[in-house]
Design a protein around this ligand. Structure first.
Ligand code: 13P
Ligand code: SF4
Length: 404
């Protein structure tokens, strides 16, 4: 038998986790030190004791998507905007334990002083959406926009759910960060820098919106009055983003082709089914959901807004909620006077948010008690300075509050 080696397929570039071949991708795969067993019956007591021993030296932040067992030990909870502000508001705490995902901990590191250390209990708590925009791709996109003659009229607006390097790119090019609670204000500000939104057809400036196409489209079309035709999608995996020069020239919103792997799965069919099955139901969704889903909902908002809306609703009202399951389950427990259901049966927890569990939290806290800092998040100082410029622009946006 002869073997034609020339036509044999190249071996697949498999990444074997835990081998140290790609340290960035493998971060958190192995946990150095003794992680308590999830079955340890003393975990709750150990968390309480470690937190008490640390007192004011530690400040624990918990995003609304965290598990109940973790939220229990959070000094404050919030959406990503509120947590960024809360982290910056505690300069006296030497340790910030961030129960959320990597980009949130990076932002907290950028916004806190050099004397403070931000800790992410499990380094594998990333965000699939943030990973959809790599800095080399974004730099390449900007070069293409420059070559097409549109970069001068374009300002970047970057969702908080992004790596620090993308925030730094945004800062370098005069743009701002936004979150789901202030995206409209951020876009208004950005268009003002390039001649006004001009939704009546008079505007010429553009926004490059990174990395969530859905938040960008939902905000531009539903809140700023731009049309769907004003939006184009830049696909970093295609030459020139898959767009012609004419499409770029005519666009007002250049949306990065990124999405949330959790929110992107809520469907129009699920909204229609809820309306058929639950008389008088109100549908509330996060703006990371697809445009068609948001259009069919009654309310749209950040995690903080979803909580406030349900808390303020009259008793006996029925809600289906399109956001992460930990939060929806907690809402159902906290507001038994409402009928609260999850929008889509086939959508799972955010697997990366769920990486932070009680064993990792206990491990991080007990290590601090013993004088060891585990999983510190340090953003490179040059990157941090440029990213900070973009974050500060967000924090200075007119009328920006976490209640927006
Ligand atoms: P919020 O800004 O609403 O907290 O959302 C963060 C997030 O990751 C949503 O998927
Ligand atoms: Fe990222 Fe989506 Fe998880 Fe939020 S819910 S952290 S956007 S993957």
């Amino acid at each position: 038998m002869t073997t034609d080696t020339a036509s044999a397929p190249a071996p697949l570039p498999l990444l074997v986790l835990g081998q140290g071949t790609d340290l960035h991708t493998e971060r958190g795969v192995e946990c150095p030190g003794d992680l308590p067993a999830a079955s340890d019956p003393d975990l709750v007591e150990r968390a309480r004791a470690a937190k008490a021993a640390l007192g004011d030296r530690v400040f624990v932040l918990g995003h609304h998507y965290q598990r109940d067992e973790v939220i229990e030990y959070a000094d404050v909870t919030g959406d990503s905007f509120k947590l960024a502000r809360d982290a910056a508001a505690r300069p006296d705490a030497p340790y910030i334990v961030f129960c959320g995902v990597h980009f949130m901990a990076e932002s907290a590191d950028i916004l806190t002083s050099d004397q403070q250390t931000v800790i992410l209990p499990d380094l594998a708590a990333g965000c699939s959406m943030a990973d959809m925009a790599a800095i080399a791709q974004v730099e390449d996109c900007w070069e293409q926009l420059t070559a097409a003659g549109v970069a001068e009229q374009t300002i970047p607006v970057t969702y908080m759910n992004s790596a620090a390097a993308i925030k730094a790119f945004t800062g370098r090019h005069g743009g701002t960060i936004c979150t789901s609670s202030n995206a409209r204000t951020a876009l208004d500000w950005a268009f003002e820098q390039v001649g006004g939104v001009g939704s009546d057809g008079t505007g010429t400036g553009k926004v490059l919106f990174l990395p969530d196409q859905h938040l960008g489209r939902n905000t531009a079309v539903r809140e700023l009055g731009l049309s769907l035709d004003d939006c184009v999608v830049w696909d970093p995996h295609r030459p020139n983003g898959g767009l012609t020069r004419e499409q770029l020239e005519n666009a007002r919103m250049i949306l990065w082709r990124g999405h949330c792997s959790v929110h992107g799965r809520f469907s129009v069919d699920a909204v229609d089914a809820a309306r058929r099955e639950i008389p008088g139901v109100k549908v509330i969704v996060h703006p990371e959901c697809q445009y068609e889903v948001v259009e069919r909902a009654d309310e749209v908002g950040s995690t903080e807004k979803i909580i406030q809306t349900i808390a303020a609703a009259p008793a006996g009202t029925s809600w289906v909620v399109g956001t992460e399951l930990n939060l929806v389950r907690r809402l159902a427990q906290q507001f038994p006077e409402q009928r609260i259901a999850f929008l889509e049966k086939n959508v799972c927890y955010c697997s990366t948010m769920n990486r932070i569990d009680l064993p990792h939290l206990v491990w991080a806290l007990e290590s601090l008690v013993e004088g060891r800092v585990v999983n510190p998040i340090h953003v490179d100082p040059t990157v941090a300075a440029e990213a900070r410029a973009a974050l500060d622009r967000m924090l200075a946006l007119p009328g920006t509050t976490h209640k927006d």
